[in-house]
Design a protein around this ligand. Sequence first.
Ligand code: B1M
Length: 234
Amino acid sequence: MADELDLNSLNDEELVGQMHDDLYDGLKDEIEQAVHILLGRGWQPYDVLTQALVEGMRVVGEDFRDGILFVPEVLLAANAMKAGMAILRPLLAETGAPKIGKMVIGTVKGDIHDIGKNLVAMMMEGAGFEVINIGINNAVENFLAAIAEHQPDIIGMSALLTTTMPYMKVVIDTLKEKGMRNDFIVLVGGAPLNEAFANAIGADAYCRDAAVAVETAKNLMARRQGSVQERARA
Ligand code: B1M
């Protein structure tokens, strides 16, 4: 049984394997303890995140899809994942550098999945962006309110359900109707999306994962700043 096991006695590879099992079993305390152990052994927060937590969650996702795990078990796994992420978040966000841009990010209306979106938020913070995370189940009004309050450079939307991904177009179309679409970089992500969908709804880019989101945001911000400077020179 997991609670009889001394996690400290495991080598790195065994410990990461045990974390995958503990995540699967929704063992929050064990995940927290193991994250601390890996960090104590000199692991980079990003490696703990990707190799131990995200990889463990991938297995949970497969067994959920295949009907081996059900919602209550997946919720426990998600809670354990979030507990691990909470330890890593301040470490990933640690950067004294000036902010390179501001992002409002949220999961769209009808959708309560937030692990991936929170991961993107964490990685963006770590890369030097200021991130306003507006949570889950966001109607277009919530995005508009956050835009008005925070004046972001980037709007990020997440959807994990095929039934909620079309709502991203509602948000983008509303921005167009209000003549605001070109004021922002719009990035979209989530497991059921792809590039063709992002193009079809008029987003600036589809981001396959958090690392791609960071790179895309940096590139598009640089391009945007370049064209602002060009306009100023003209
Ligand atoms: Co849900 N669920 N779920 N679920 N769930 C999926 C998405 C599903 C694929 C599982 C399956 O059947 N295989 C399936 C959707 C099927 C479909 O739409 N075709 C599904 C379903 C059906 C449901 C319910 C309908 C189940 C039910 O009630 N019968 C229900 C819907 C609730 C709702 O939203 N209204 C539901 C509920 C839940 C839980 C609450 C139990 C839980 C969510 C807990 C939480 O998030 N707090 C849950 C979970 C955990 C999952 C799976 C297993 C894992 C999702 C996850 O966290 N992945 C998921 C299976 C799967 O995706 N394979 C599944 C880990 C995360 C790191 O990856 O979210 O993909 P991901 O994020 C990545 C990228 O996608 C990208 O970067 C992230 C990091 O690298 N990214 C972005 C994501 N958002 C981005 C935004 C960006 C950029 C990149 O903005 C710029």
